[in-house]
Write a protein that binds this ligand. Structure first.
Ligand code: NAD
Length: 343
């Protein structure tokens, strides 16, 4: 069993913890919190040993009825590998600790590529992560872009990608973020960081991205235009999406044309936390003519990177050499079957 610690038990960390706990070959040896809040009680309910970043807060946790197993350093010592899901830019400050203890660590997309020197996506570069000490799982948007661009690149060759990201303003539980009544260009300048971020995984891909933030919490939406090297067939693209373990197809028959209806679908499917681990590509939007391919895809920001973290653990620990087998094992343990299989 691979012993996994989750440093930062928030939106991403709590999902990764449950996904790890569901796997046959790994277990959660601890999660860390900064303060005793509702998530800390969920950790207790799940039976995850609770460690804390600041030991001076131990009395506050104990007063709330939360047993503290020790410090973050104690937690890291008990683990083979640490998934760092602390907020962006906090993660890098933990690197000296992981180095001191000689532990493997995974960071999230809120950190720069340089923190690990290797940016990961199961679909694109699983093999290159085997045995690595440090890996960064790219952001939710970059993960969604990498999966589909790699799929099209392998089939047709990608000459150029142009993608526009309509990003959610905050996660549903974040009460202090916005906007609540604006479309914010973030950034105003072109390209946004997403294109260069895709290139940290696939340096050979030519890509330009633009991004804005809108007042919604459910999902991101991408408008993607890919120029291919060979003529592209709509039927074949749909077939490729259908066959892919992490590309979802929103078929016309579902009558779904919004992120809200997609999240409702996920809730009705009894997905954990109504998570959509797959890209949600709208079938009716898939347009192919000559060397041009266009589509809309929705990305559940809280979820798509969760399954990638599990695969990154397996690769780094050398527990599975075949990326496709790891993806299949991760998906099966979560009983995750892409949405097209339900309608
Ligand atoms: P979050 O704020 O929901 O959770 C972070 C958790 O870390 C909180 O529980 C916080 O209390 C804890 N924490 C803060 N400082 C800590 C410290 N020094 N030691 C231990 N714990 C600490 O953040 P999140 O949304 O889960 O984001 C985590 C990372 O994942 C970021 O890099 C982010 O960019 C990335 N990411 C987030 C999303 C998303 O939609 N939320 C999607 C993809 C990637």
């Amino acid at each position: 069993m691979i012993k996994v610690a989750i440093n930062g038990y928030g939106t991403v960390g709590k999902r990764v913890a449950d996904a790890v706990a569901a796997q046959k070959d790994m277990k959660v040896v601890g999660v860390s919190k900064t303060r005793p809040n509702a998530e800390a009680f969920i950790a207790k309910q799940r039976g995850y040993p609770l460690y804390i970043a600041d030991m001076s807060k131990k009395p506050a946790f104990e007063k709330a009825g939360l047993a503290v197993a020790g410090s973050v350093e104690d937690m890291c010592k008990a683990a083979d590998i640490i998934v760092d899901a602390t907020p962006g830019d906090v993660g890098k400050t933990n690197k000296p600790l992981y180095e001191k203890l000689g532990k493997k660590a995974i960071w999230q997309g809120g950190e720069d590529h340089e923190v690990a020197g290797f940016s990961f996506n199961s679909d694109c570069n699983y093999k290159d992560a085997i045995g690595k000490q440090f890996v960064r799982v790219v952001s939710c948007n970059t993960t969604g872009l990498c999966r589909i661009i790699n799929t099209i690149d392998k089939e047709y060759g990608v000459a150029h990608v142009h993608a526009i990201m309509v990003r959610r303003g905050s996660d549903p539980g974040e009460i202090k973020k916005g906007p609540i009544d604006a479309v914010v260009l973030d950034p105003v300048t072109v390209p946004s960081h997403h294109g260069p971020d895709v290139q940290t995984v696939m340096p050979h891909i030519s890509i330009t991205t633009m991004a804005m933030i809108v007042p919604t919490t459910m999902m991101h939406l991408h408008a993607v235009q890919i120029t291919t090297k060979k003529d592209v067939s709509r039927e074949r693209v749909i077939e490729l999406i259908n066959r892919h373990p992490r590309l979802g197809l929103v078929k016309k028959s579902a009558g779904v044309k919004s992120t809200a209806e997609l999240k409702e679908f996920a809730m009705d499917l009894n997905r954990p936390r109504s998570d959509l681990y797959e890209n949600c590509i709208f079938e009716d939007s898939v347009y192919a003519k000559g060397k041009e391919l266009c589509f809309f895809q929705a990305i559940h920001q809280e979820a798509d990177i969760v399954v990638e973290n599990v695969d990154a653990i397996r690769a780094m620990m050398g527990a599975e050499k075949d990326g496709a087998k790891s993806v299949a094992a991760t998906n099966a343990a979560l009983k995750f079957i892409p949405i097209q299989n339900y309608h």
